[in-house]
Design a protein around this ligand. Structure first.
Ligand code: ZN
Length: 162
């Protein structure tokens, strides 16, 4: 997924806020929606594009499962953090959504560490000269457009009519 992580975070926060009271839901969901892609800094500045950035640990589902498995029980035990368990749950859900959306066309290491295969339900063929053009011109980019329209709808229309 190229462009729709941030609006997917916005949608997630709006949907969650419609059902539950979650402290700091919107800023946390927006940051979580793009958090795995901060590996692009390392990808460009340190590794100079030597590896697919979906192979970095912040794009590995098992990493986030371990982080959630440690963080959430600790937050429930420590009284100071207990009010923010729902916030952390939202953050981990949005990160999971990021990985699911990245699976489409890009591939994610869903089987790591057992498998090093980047699992993806579809393959975007490199039909054009540049990989970005190939993604934008592929039918799967329609999903990104739908996410943007949905987020824009919630932002501009649902906000005024609630
Ligand atoms: Zn990503």
């Amino acid at each position: 997924m190229l462009t729709a992580h941030l609006p997917s975070g916005y949608i997630s926060a709006r949907v969650a806020q419609g059902r539950w009271t979650i402290p700091h839901a919107m800023p946390v969901a927006l940051v979580a929606s793009i958090l795995p892609d901060f590996d692009m800094i390392w990808f460009h500045l340190i590794d100079h594009g030597a590896f697919h950035h979906h192979r970095y640990w912040v794009h590995v589902p098992l990493f986030w499962a371990v982080v959630a498995g440690v963080t959430l029980p600790l937050m429930r035990v420590i009284a100071r953090f207990r009010p923010y368990v729902s916030t952390a749950l939202l953050a981990f859900a949005v990160i999971l959504l990021h990985l699911i959306l990245d699976s489409i066309g890009g591939g994610i290491l869903w089987g790591a560490p057992v498998s090093q295969h980047l699992f993806s339900p579809i393959t975007v063929p490199p039909d054009t000269g540049h990989w970005i053009a190939s993604f934008v011109l592929h039918w799967s980019f329609g999903l990104e457009i739908i996410i943007w329209i949905w987020a824009f709808y919630l932002w501009k229309w649902r906000e005024r009519h609630l």
